[in-house]
Design a protein around this ligand. Structure first.
Ligand SMILES: *Cc1c(COP(=O)(O)O)cnc(C)c1O
Length: 406
């Protein structure tokens, strides 16, 4: 009789977004005359920019002609895209990354989730709390996290690094030594960042401790402030301790197109084994390349027209973020994030917890957000609003939230 991977049974139900959907549906059914505004989603809403659509059309036509047809893509991705990425995302920022250190993929979620496979089963992971759930859940499936305590919402074999207003959302170096450290900068869900100096502390620590930093830079395009690094490879020493994940999803609206990449520097080694070789082997065995059409779409993100159009979209969302951030501040709320990120992280007050505030906002302002406790125990008492709605809805939502405070 076959057996299943019992680790899957340890996963608590992914309750957050289904619980939100249920509550919103019930409210809308009971109050059909109300216009509910959704600022809970982590998905973009603007359509793909014209220069990119044009590249997609062109690539699709190429696929229809024997002379220009493309079959399996090279394992690591097409050189035209990898070289463009090296030039525009790294050399221009003064980072040393080579084209053959870039692995093109179908998105950052798969890579963040799969990377743990190349590490030993007994690796100890450290995560920020609150956190993007993929890092922990993928390690649960692999059997690394020990047992789950529903009372605390924590795993016995995971090192949690609380990030709250108290430590200005800067994780402190852990007391126990981890093997793998997940960092997401700018952060989902808190919208906060690390400065170069703060990230240098982590790079030095990882090199000293013999740990690897798994650096998720999915929101890099939203960085406004000068002292926030766009890549961990801006930091001296990162080539011997860090892997970086990038995504076209939040930058260019590719959530439905699917394209991302991972940088594994060749200087990152365990003894004389390069992690690069392991990831190349894994990629070649379990992934058959991102589609040609998508890789041409990715290339167009960096063209003169494409990058201008994409940055206009990012600017649109960032304007929404400022509307939320400034509006809530004016209303007397304590707010974080929003400046280098499409996420605003709000401190819940008046003795409410995250879910009570969710209900209050839904019922009193007809605005939907995400309870912070859904991202980890240290998210309790906070609430996430996203800038991915329309400008008009964002302005209206903020107006309603402000009115509650009068
Ligand atoms: C959205 C998101 C991703 C997923 O990116 P895809 O490229 O669409 O898979 C990865 N990490 C974080 C933190 C995200 O919020």
């Amino acid at each position: 009789m076959f057996k299943i991977n019992e680790n899957y049974l340890k996963l608590p139900g992914s309750y957050l977004f289904s619980a939100i959907a249920k509550k919103v549906a019930a409210y809308e059914e009971a109050n059909p005359d109300r216009q509910v505004i959704r600022l809970g989603i982590g998905d973009v809403t603007l359509p793909i920019a014209p220069a990119i659509v044009e590249a997609i059309h062109k690539a699709a036509d190429e696929m229809g002609q024997a002379r220009t047809f493309h079959g399996y893509a090279p394992d690591l991705g097409y050189a035209f895209l990898r070289e463009t990425i090296v030039e525009k995302d790294y050399r221009l920022w003064g980072c040393h990354v080579e084209a053959d250190e870039i692995f093109i993929s179908d998105g950052a979620k798969s890579d963040c989730g799969n990377i743990q496979e190349i590490f030993s089963e007994d690796s100890r992971i450290a995560v920020c709390d609150p956190v993007y759930p993929v890092y922990v859940d993928s390690n649960v499936m692999a059997g690394r996290t020990g047992s789950y305590d529903p009372a605390t919402g924590m795993w016995s074999n995971v090192i949690y690094m609380p990030c709250t207003a108290q430590n200005h959302f800067v994780p402190e170096l852990p007391q126990e030594t981890p093997d793998l450290i997940y960092l997401c900068v700018p952060n989902n869900p808190t919208g906060t960042t690390l400065t170069r100096d703060q990230l240098k502390v982590w790079v030095d620590y990882a090199n000293r401790a013999g740990a690897v930093i798994l650096y998720d830079a999915a929101y890099e395009a939203y960085i406004s402030e000068e002292d926030v690094p766009h890549s961990i490879f801006e930091i001296e020493g990162a080539r011997t301790c860090a892997i970086e994940f990038r995504s076209f999803s939040k930058k260019a609206g590719f959530t439905g197109v699917r394209l991302g990449f991972t940088v594994v520097p060749k200087d990152l080694k365990c003894g004389d084994v390069m992690l690069h070789s392991l990831w190349a082997r894994r990629h070649g065995t379990k992934f058959n390349g991102a589609p040609y059409i998508e890789q041409r779409a990715g290339e167009a993100v960096y063209s003169e027209e494409g990058s201008r159009q994409v940055m206009e979209q990012v600017a649109y969302y960032k304007r929404n973020a400022m509307v939320i951030y400034e509006g809530l501040k004016e209303a007397g709320h304590t707010v974080f994030g929003g400046i280098n990120s499409p996420y605003i992280w709000l401190k819940v007050e008046d003795g409410m917890d995250s879910w009570e505030f969710f209900d209050y906002l839904l019922e009193q302002a007809n605005v939907v957000g995400t309870p912070g406790s859904g991202f980890g125990p240290s998210g309790e008492g906070y609430f996430r609003l996203t800038a991915f709605g329309t400008y008009e809805n964002t302005v209206e939502a903020v107006k309603r939230i402000k009115a509650l405070r009068r």
